[in-house]
Design a binder for this molecule. Structure first.
Ligand code: HXC
Ligand code: NAP
Length: 266
């Protein structure tokens, strides 16, 4: 079934969109009628991804750690399509390592990509935005709120993204610019889960701890991005919205109490 053209005529800029969740979002923005520009570090990957997104999509190689390159890519977006309606900042890096197995540069690298990169993208976008009206979305993770073994760098970076999102919502709300974050749970067929749950056993464990007993889909994250960019979300600002099957709601990890009452499990 053809998707309703809810974003017809709008312009969307998606950072970190050569693969995974953000590419999925870019495709849905395009299917909803938006002009789409995507960026990532790799010239080859972003060119291939732009082809996948479809006709008219522009792919630009730019590193979110390089403010000038990001600013130039936003300027190019503005020149091609006019005021930018939607900015999604989702570039990220992750590896599994204990703090003692990580150099200062390893920690800094993830903070630079995730947190400083998000500041760069959102800050540089401001002068090119439709004001009032623009929707800015950062991509965070449950690690922002819950400490996680061997993820000190990611937990710290994503926690920073959550607070940055709320601070910008306060500062830019008066200009009619809304700033929100989506916090995905474990999403199927992504690099993130390939790194965090690389074996069938680990994948089964993650699923068993999620109240929905499955991974989420890229399209389920894109649904939220489209909602946040719609008039129906006009009063949603400064929100960190989990799309995680309930994994952030509490401990559904098969704790001791569950063993006392197997007959009552839904
Ligand atoms: C310890 C490591 C390491 C590892 C890299 N480093 N991998 N340290 N264990 N496994 C260290 C390096 O030794 C180096 O420190 C520093 O990190 C920088 O490494 P580079 O390779 O030079 O960095 P760079 O080329 O910029 O690559 C960034 C990267 C890489 C993060 C390291 O993995 C990457 O490009 N990732 C992008 C794709 C990705 O990660 N996707 C998943 C996102 S999912 P030294 O001291 O040696 O110089 C996600 C999930 C969130 O974010 C939550 C999900 C639930
Ligand atoms: P992914 O496919 O690896 O996506 C990361 C993207 O960021 C890639 O397109 C990568 O492209 C780009 N990127 C990395 N470093 C960059 C940089 N310095 N500058 C510009 N672009 C850069 O991973 P994913 O699993 O789909 O994750 C997407 C987002 O969702 C991330 O923010 C992640 O933290 C979040 N998240 C994921 C999950 C999950 O289950 N997967 C759960 C919670 C949150 P290049 O290599 O071409 O640069």
């Amino acid at each position: 079934m053809a998707q309703e053209q809810t974003l017809a005529g709008k312009t969307a800029y998606v950072a970190g969109a050569s693969s995974g969740i953000n590419l999925g979002i870019a495709k849905r923005f395009k299917a909803a009628g938006a002009n789409v520009v995507i960026i990532s570090r790799s010239e080859d990957k972003i060119a291939a991804a732009a082809k996948e997104v479809g006709d008219g999509c522009i792919g630009i190689a730019a590193d979110v750690r390089d403010y000038a390159a990001i600013e130039a890519s936003l300027k190019r977006t503005h020149e091609a399509f006019g005021d930018i309606d939607i900015v999604l900042s989702g570039a990220a890096g992750n590896f599994v390592a204990p703090a003692l197995g990580m150099s200062a540069n390893g920690f800094k690298t993830v903070v630079d990509i995730d947190l400083i990169g998000t500041f760069n993208v959102l800050r540089a976008s401001f002068e090119f935005l439709r004001r009032p009206g623009a929707s800015l979305i950062s991509i965070t993770a449950g690690q922002a709120e819950r400490a996680s073994l061997y993820q000190a760098h990611v937990c710290a970076a994503k926690a920073g993204i959550n607070m940055l999102t709320k601070c910008l919502a306060l500062e830019w709300g008066p200009a009619g610019v809304r700033v929100n974050a989506i916090s995905p749970g474990p999403i199927a067929e992504t690099e993130g889960m390939a790194r965090l749950a690389p074996t069938d056993e680990a994948e089964a464990r993650v699923k068993s701890r999620n109240p929905m007993r499955r991974y989420g889909l890229k399209d389920e994250i894109a649904d939220m991005a489209i909602f946040l960019s719609s008039p129906q979300a006009a009063y949603v600002n400064g929100a960190i919205i989990p799309v995680d099957g309930g994994s952030g709601a509490g401990d559904a990890s098969g704790n001791a109490l569950m063993n006392y009452a197997p007959a009552y499990q839904a």
